[in-house]
Ligand binder design. Structure first.
Ligand code: G3P
Length: 216
């Protein structure tokens, strides 16, 4: 199970990378817009901080435009993964890139049917959005279970990258469902560390140690 961070913020990425648990980064146009920086420079900096895969998304919506932008993004660093939306044009470009070995992450996946097309097109990753399905009263994790079942049954190599993660339980359930990756916002990565019994236990260990005369 790989853990990616879902952010374009360099401080968050640097801090999470220092913990020694980070496998990659995903960005999207909304996250990049928040940083107010040149897209190319930002992606280049992120790729230097994290050696693992860094997803950078195209803005164009037509196949030729996506292909042009994708090829441009791919020149930034060797670990760039081209993020494409699951549209007819996005799938078309994904298939072209797959033939050339250019890694892709197909985003905005909300159904098993879309995930099937993504695998058929030879994508490296599919990004199902669990939180946004939960938001409209559907079961986001059920989608993950179904995609994992389909990919396992046909031995599709496309990796299931759980996105739109909103709380630690989404991460745990992704692991139990057999997903390959969860991409997690910084705040939720921090939450993964915490358990009240760990805090209480540590306080007690230290208090006991300080109270014992013979170890001083
Ligand atoms: O990167 C895509 C995805 O993780 C977005 O999450 O919280 O905006 O639904 P969210």
């Amino acid at each position: 199970m790989k853990l990616f961070i879902d952010t374009a913020n360099v401080s968050e990425i640097t801090e999470a990378a220092s913990w020694g648990i980070l496998d990659g980064v995903t960005t999207n146009p909304s996250l990049v817009a928040k940083e107010g920086r040149s897209y190319r420079n930002l992606v280049a900096e992120i790729c230097q901080i994290v050696p693992g895969p860094v997803s950078a998304e195209v803005i164009a919506t037509d196949a030729d435009g996506m292909e042009r932008e994708g090829r441009e993004l791919a020149t930034i660093a060797e670990n760039v993964v081209i993020k494409l939306p699951i549209t007819r044009d996005g799938i078309k470009v994904c298939a072209r890139f797959a033939e050339e070995g250019i890694p892709t992450n197909l985003t905005l996946c909300f159904s098993p049917a879309q995930a099937l097309l993504v695998a058929k097109a030879g994508a490296t990753y599919v990004s199902p959005f669990v939180g946004r399905l939960d938001d409209i009263g559907q079961d986001g994790m059920q989608l993950i279970r179904e995609i994992v079942q389909i990919y396992d049954a046909y031995e599709f190599p496309t990796q299931v990258l759980v996105a739109s993660v909103r709380h630690p339980q989404h991460v745990v359930e992704s692991t139990l469902a057999g997903a390959d990756v969860a991409t997690v916002p910084f705040k939720i990565l921090e939450q993964l560390f915490h358990h009240p019994l760990t805090d209480i236990g540590l306080q007690r260990f230290l208090a006991d140690y300080r109270a014992a005369k013979d170890v001083h």
